[in-house]
Design a protein around this ligand. Structure first.
Ligand code: GLP
Length: 244
């Protein structure tokens, strides 16, 4: 694998890859290894353009291996509020189109999404906690939909989206007016409880967020991803474009 550089800052293990492809193959391997070792693994999954290629590689590996996924549990990070789950831009649809529909032994009942009707944090802890949480990062440092101002003890809840997030996500909708203004998201505390976390960031647009993360010394509410600084098991996976 074309890994260029590996370093450690605070608790963060940073891996810089030449490109998104090499980085995504690395992360797909990590998820695959976990599933192979633990057929009852609990995965925390993310949406967005960042993990798409990882999911493609993972589908290829899982299809070739024929591993039984019937006891794998997944918990997605977030979902829009006010969109039908069947809407083309819902995160339910994203997961189905980019991962779930290609994995026939994965049980749809085992794929969880936050909703106002369930105590998501309890559901996660009742499942034994998340073994591996996959994260992307917003240009403003959000993880999941934990926008600046999120507290370190935040749990799964309904949040107002930051104007910068609405603008960034408008690329997936016909117009900015169609972008939901609210979402339901795992909280920072929910994410922090995962046993292992892998955050990925690719491309020039993530450069300033990654720079901020590298410069942060402790948790700062204005930059939610900084919660990761004190987590004991975090890998930050970046390409050269986001880490120049
Ligand atoms: C979205 C999601 C996040 C995602 C981030 C980056 O709004 N709620 O989970 O990590 O923004 O998205 P992308 O990967 O498309 O850059």
């Amino acid at each position: 694998m074309k890994e260029k550089q590996k370093m450690k800052k605070n608790n963060l293990n940073i891996h810089v890859f030449h490109d998104q492809e090499a980085a995504s193959a690395y992360v797909a391997n990590k998820i695959y290894d976990l599933i192979q070792k633990n057929p009852q693994a609990v995965l925390g999954l993310a949406t967005g353009s960042t993990p798409e290629l990882t999911y493609q590689f993972l589908i290829e590996m899982l299809t070739e291996s024929n591993l039984d996924l019937s006891k794998i549990l997944t918990f997605n990070l977030d979902e829009y509020v006010g969109l039908e789950t069947t809407h083309a831009q819902s995160y339910h649809t994203f997961m189905s189109e980019n991962l779930f529909k290609f994995l026939p032994t994965l049980k749809s009942n085992n794929n969880n999404f936050p909703s106002a009707e369930v105590d998501y944090d309890k559901k996660i802890s009742d499942a034994g906690g998340i073994d591996l949480q996959i994260l992307g990062i917003g240009t403003n440092g959000h993880i999941g939909f934990n926008e600046p101002g999120s507290t370190s003890d935040s749990k799964t809840r309904i949040v107002n989206l930051d104007p910068s997030t609405i603008a960034a996500n408008s690329r997936f909708f016909n117009s900015i007016d169609e972008v939901p203004t609210k979402a339901i998201s795992m909280g920072l505390d929910t994410i922090f409880k995962a046993k292992k976390i892998i955050l990925m960031a690719f491309g020039e647009t993530k450069k300033s967020a990654i720079k901020k993360l590298m410069q942060a010394e402790k948790f700062d509410q204005d930059f939610p991803a900084s919660i990761l600084l004190s987590h004991p098991n975090v890998e930050i996976i970046v390409d050269e474009e986001s880490y120049k």
